[in-house]
Design a protein around this ligand. Structure first.
Ligand SMILES: *Cc1c(COP(=O)(O)O)cnc(C)c1O
Length: 390
């Protein structure tokens, strides 16, 4: 294993930006007071939470009162679904997509066990939502439609405004898991009809363990975490002050660096993808290349195992992902690729490269140099390749 890490797994988690680390430092050591305390030592911390709230709201084009801090993206997703079912008790159904993150999919599975109705909208071979089917599935019994803004595995961007309108036509709320899109593509909630939106710190260069839920003004909200009066009674639990301050700083930086994501990062991704497809036979790009995050590419190297590719790349210090990190360890191909109907031999050989502003041309060159011989080596020993590939 080489000492140097070449990190192409930014949809799994990201490096903490050094500026974010600087901003949170005082709250790890000196400023450890409880923001709810009456004394100045604790109370002064509350102002920093409000500054962070302002920065998060600013990135989203939201009002600070619309932002609730949580512990992660998963909690935000859970809180949104939970709230919709409590505030619309007569409606027992939610509609989600088949390609949601487990933070939504597994809530759906649990709701089914508890007697709710859950409909999953299918996607086509490019992973695009079947909007007509969605239209049919949303009915007067539907409390919530939840469809992610961008997919973590393919990078596909979904038409969330259109989906929000479909939900609203039937009086349902609309929530979007925007964990992968916040910081990567422009978002303006002031012009949006989205009711709730989830985001997570560690996907945009803040540390793990902090997230936020946007709840549009006027949308009723019932808390998921009951406890103290933190977050105006909308989320109990003493605030993760250092995490919240870090998230605020990360959002500030994300706003400044949005241009880089959509120019430099996209250019790196495109160069990586284009050259891999040129150098390596029988590979295919999974997803909707017309409508995709600027940092993500999901490529199937047919007739070999993605896990084997990852292991050999790992020896070179290259970090990437096969399927989603949550399904690694099982031999099932990812639920996203299965929902898209990607053929078995291709789904198993799929690798996701996800870039960030901390990647550079030399790293892309390294992969372009080292990956083709790895694929060749693995195909040489693959019975499928010998039988069907060549
Ligand atoms: C990572 C991720 C989550 C979960 O966020 P955590 O902060 O890790 O809980 C949810 N949805 C998507 C799309 C993600 O990529």
């Amino acid at each position: 294993m080489s000492d140097k890490v070449i990190y192409f797994d930014n949809n799994a988690t990201t490096k903490v930006d050094p500026e974010v680390f600087e901003a949170m430092k005082p709250f790890i050591t000196g400023l450890y007071g409880n923001p709810s305390s009456i004394h100045t030592f604790g109370g002064q911390v509350a102002a920093h939470i409000e500054n962070a709230r302002f920065s998060v709201a600013d990135l989203l084009g939201a009002n600070p009162t619309e932002i609730i801090f949580t512990s992660c993206g998963t909690e935000s997703d859970n809180a949104a679904i939970h709230s919709s079912l409590f505030t619309c008790p007569k409606r027992k159904k939610i509609v989600i997509s088949k390609v949601e993150h487990p933070a939504v999919l597994n809530v759906g599975k649990e709701l089914l066990r508890r007697g709710h109705k859950v409909s999953e909208v299918p996607v086509d071979t490019k992973g695009r939502i079947d909007l007509e089917r969605l239209h049919e599935l949303v009915d007067d019994e539907t409390a919530l439609v939840s469809v992610m803004w961008a997919n973590n595995e393919t990078g596909n961007i979904y038409p969330v405004e259109e989906i929000a309108k479909i939900a609203h036509q039937k009086g349902a709320l609309f929530h979007t898991d925007a964990v992968q899109s916040v910081g990567k593509i422009p978002i303006d909630m002031s012009k949006s009809s989205i009711d709730m939106l989830s985001l997570s710190g560690h996907k945009l260069h803040a540390p793990k363990g902090v997230g936020a839920l946007f709840v549009k003004r006027g949308v009723r909200f019932r808390p998921f975490m009951l406890g103290g009066h933190q977050e105006k009674g909308r989320r109990g639990g003493t605030e993760n002050v250092m995490g919240i301050v870090a998230l605020g700083k990360a959002c500030e930086l994300a706003g400044k660096n949005m241009g880089i994501e959509n120019s430099a990062v996209k250019k790196l991704r495109d160069r990586l993808e284009k050259n891999l497809v040129q150098k390596i036979s029988k590979c295919r790009i999974n997803g909707d290349t017309e409508n995709r995050l600027p940092n993500t590419t999901n490529i199937s190297f047919e007739f070999i195992e993605g896990e084997a590719i990852l292991l050999l790349m790992n020896q070179l210090g290259v970090c990437a992902s096969s399927g989603s990190a949550c399904t690694t360890g099982s031999l099932e191909p990812s639920h996203v690729l299965r929902a898209m109907g990607v053929p078995y031999t291709a789904a198993h050989g799929s690798i996701r490269f996800s870039l960030s502003r901390f990647n550079n041309d030399a790293e892309v060159d390294f992969i372009l140099d080292r990956l083709p011989p790895i694929i060749e080596r693995l195909r040489d020993i693959s019975p499928y390749w010998k039988k069907e590939g060549k």
